[in-house]
Design a protein around this ligand. Structure first.
Ligand code: NAD
Ligand code: MG
Length: 299
């Protein structure tokens, strides 16, 4: 079992991809049905009181990077409101149990972030249940590959932008009136926000938008003592990739050739970045994008 505490060679910390990575599920997909199973730090993440008493909202909290972040936040001492799609209830139940096992409150609020009313209700529920919000981690995202602009439908373009960009706007807008000085917003870009793949036209462009939005909002909210930052993951083994994020036949090489570290990342390797940017340790960091890309360079 790997962890983030034992010094070791990062190129071999987790296995590289192989034929077993070739698998497909219907969207949004379940982490519980993936094999090999992503590591979201379920049995490894150790907290050290860095988010004691904080109240966090995490979208996409059922699986992948959001799941790893929700687990880490709880083990660092935060209560967590979890957003995810109703079809993801089996994954979300496990996260609720892990948060409760850490002695923290988990408030599950399933719904669709492409619906503005749901985004507003998610924030209102967090305020009502936890008494306020100190951390908003926007991690939900949609990625569907499409090789040709002529085949990219208006419906997909709209849904990708609604999920990745509009939901972030709606959630930030609803949360800001409730965010005290010292609170943090963390959005999720990607290596695709710097090196756009030709098959990810809609997705990659949302990830550029997320970076720009976050840098502007960071400057706007700085006088209020609210910090806004971004995490930009590289190729990470999550459900997103097996529901059409990548062509199925590419999965046996996922992360191997493009990342200098020679393997895909695991969600557990992303969570520490979300913890750092949420905690007071990053008090002088705002408008930054922290890349965790397996060595793929960003500007
Ligand atoms: P994931 O599938 O585990 O998480 C994505 C989550 O988004 C889902 O669990 C789902 O709950 C949520 N979601 C999607 N559409 C939604 C909707 N309409 N309403 C509510 N929730 C919705 O995959 P992940 O890779 O952990 O993705 C998390 C974030 O990381 C995404 O923003 C993704 O773009 C980003 N990212 C992932 C990678 C990667 O290689 N996996 C790389 C860079 C960035
Ligand atoms: Mg999921």
């Amino acid at each position: 079992m790997s962890d983030q505490y034992t010094m070791q060679d990062p190129t071999t910390q987790y296995p590289g991809p192989d034929e077993s990575f070739e698998q497909q599920q219907e969207g949004p997909g379940l982490q519980g049905e993936m094999a090999p199973k992503p590591d979201s730090g379920e049995s490894s993440y150790r907290g050290s009181g860095r988010l004691e008493g904080r109240r966090a909202v995490v979208t996409g909290a059922d699986s992948g990077i959001g799941r790893a972040t929700a687990i880490a936040y709880a083990r660092e001492g935060a209560d967590v409101v979890l957003s995810y799609l109703p079809q993801e209830e089996p994954d979300a139940r496990e996260v609720v149990e892990l948060i409760e096992a850490a002695g923290r409150r988990a408030v599950a609020v399933p719904g669709d972030v492409t619906d503005k009313a749901y985004c507003e209700q998610l924030i209102a529920t967090a305020v009502a249940e936890l008494g306020g919000i100190d951390i908003l981690a926007n991690i939900a995202g949609k990625q569907q590959h499409c090789p040709d602009i002529l085949e990219l439908t208006d419906e997909q373009f709209d849904e990708t932008y609604k999920t990745n960009v509009y939901a972030m706007f709606w959630l930030c807008k609803a949360a800001v009136p409730h965010l005290p000085p010292g609170s943090a917003i963390i959005n999720t870009s990607s290596i695709q926000g710097y090196q756009p793949a030709p098959i990810l036209l809609d997705y990659a462009s949302t990830k550029y938008a997320i970076n720009g939005f976050s840098k502007s909002l960071a400057a706007q909210l700085a006088p209020k003592g609210i910090r806004v930052n971004v995490v930009a993951p590289g190729p990470v083994w999550t459900p997103l990739q097996v529901v059409g994020g990548q062509p199925a036949e590419k999965l046996p090489e996922f992360g191997a050739s493009e990342a200098p570290l020679g393997r895909p990342g695991q969600p557990a390797e992303m969570a520490p970045a979300y913890v750092f940017l949420a905690s007071q340790e990053s008090s002088y960091v705002s408008g930054e994008t922290l890349a965790a890309t397996g060595g793929m360079p960003t500007p």
